[in-house]
Design a protein around this ligand. Structure first.
Ligand code: PLP
Length: 377
């Protein structure tokens, strides 16, 4: 029983900075001293380091994860008149990127146990216009890539991984980033590997695709003025790369700690009948970007209020399924088109989780959740 009141942020980024302050400050200062701001040495180093971390052949650092999605799909030749299948529960970036390359989004419902795209429901969404399936590894868990890969092969479709929330997650012995034609990662500050601003990367095992994406992200060129194609400016800047290089060696340990916190939450919440905790599957390892429980829809906001009054921040990822967002109203979907995503959006609740969170703090959150449901240990 914890009697002192805590304030627990949903993600406390200051704690990590305080701990690694010296290394990070030195990395930043060195970039500034050398005035090596764009496409500097730290960017080249990060491309190599992150490819090694993901156990893939190639990495193209980009300005953010959303750009990386657009660049990769464009390089695959996906564009006007094409359709891309996207899960109904994700951050809007997954879908937005499809629209921004001139293609149409086709939403697919999610699986009730994994919260990721439901492989059983993908086949119905395939039309003669379908070019790709985008699997999003939501909350840190790799989507069920074996059946999805088989389906993509069978129908001659590209397979895209949005691994923005799943740096280092494992599925049947392989890391996120090794299942699709390419995968993207985001280094938005709150992600498992976060920059101090925006950042992203595309990874692939296909050398030609890598070279194409590298050009697209840098004005269509490799050397200074040899613009071979119409590209854009989507580079990771050197300051961000230097911060990411400093943090990357710690990422595996941070992911282990996130997993430990998740196991602790599992144990402390397992006997509350109103709660459905996240499931761990055999042969897979989530990196728990988020710890998402489900509670009855009628109790979610009062639970959030109760926790807030005890100093505990929570989140909802995401409060509106993608097909129900105003941005996608033009598709004219009914609630019944995506029964799982549309019912879960009212039940999901994300509890605080970040590597620097202490066991006491996890206990404090769990205790207050138990108090709300009037369940004692
Ligand atoms: C964070 C995120 C992205 C990309 O985000 P950026 O802010 O563009 O780096 C894409 N998809 C998902 C699921 C995300 O969580």
């Amino acid at each position: 029983m914890i009697d002192t009141k805590h304030t627990i942020q949903f993600v406390d980024l200051q704690r990590q900075y305080q701990r690694y302050r010296q290394e990070i400050d030195e990395a930043i200062a060195s970039v500034i001293e050398q005035a090596d701001f764009v496409s500097g040495q730290a960017v080249k180093d990060f491309a190599e380091n992150f490819a090694r971390f993901c156990e893939v052949g190639y990495c193209v650092p980009c300005a953010n994860g959303t750009d990386a999605l657009e660049i990769g799909m464009k390089a695959l030749g996906i564009g006007a008149g094409d359709e891309v299948i996207v899960p109904a529960n994700s951050f809007i970036a997954s879908a937005e990127a499809v629209n921004n390359i001139g293609s149409e989004v086709v939403f697919c419902d999610v699986h009730p146990d994994s919260y990721n795209i439901d492989p059983q429901k993908i086949a119905d969404k395939i039309t003669p216009k379908t070019k790709a399936i985008m699997a999003v590894h939501l909350y840190g868990r790799v989507a069920d890539m074996e059946p999805i890969s088989l389906l993509a092969k069978k129908h001659g479709l590209f397979l895209v991984e949005d691994a923005s929330q799943a740096h280092g997650a494992l599925y049947r012995g392989k890391k996120a980033g090794n299942f699709g034609d390419f995968a993207v990662f985001s280094f938005y500050p709150g992600k498992n590997l976060g920059a101090y601003g925006d950042g992203g990367a595309l990874v692939t095992n296909d050398e030609n695709l890598y070279l194409h994406c590298k050009k697209l992200a840098n004005h269509g060129r490799i050397a200074k003025y040899d613009h071979e194609l119409i590209g854009r400016n989507s580079r990771l800047d050197t300051l961000q790369a230097s911060i990411l290089n400093t943090k990357l060696p710690h990422l595996s340990a941070w992911n282990v700690r996130r997993y430990e916190i998740a196991q602790r939450y599992h144990r402390l919440l397992a006997d509350i009948p109103d709660i459905v905790p996240p499931k761990d599957f055999e042969g897979e390892q989530s990196v728990y970007h988020l710890y998402v429980i489900r509670v009855p829809a009628t109790k979610r906001s009062s639970l959030q209020e109760h926790l807030k009054a005890q100093g505990i921040q929570t989140g909802v990822h995401y409060p509106i399924s993608l097909p129900k967002l105003a941005a996608y109203a033009y598709l004219g979907h009914l609630d019944s088109d995506f029964p799982i995503a549309n019912s879960f959006m009212n039940e999901i609740l994300s509890l605080p989780i970040f590597p620097e969170m202490t066991d006491d703090e996890v206990g404090y959150v769990a205790q207050n959740v138990r108090n709300f449901f009037e369940i004692s240990y």
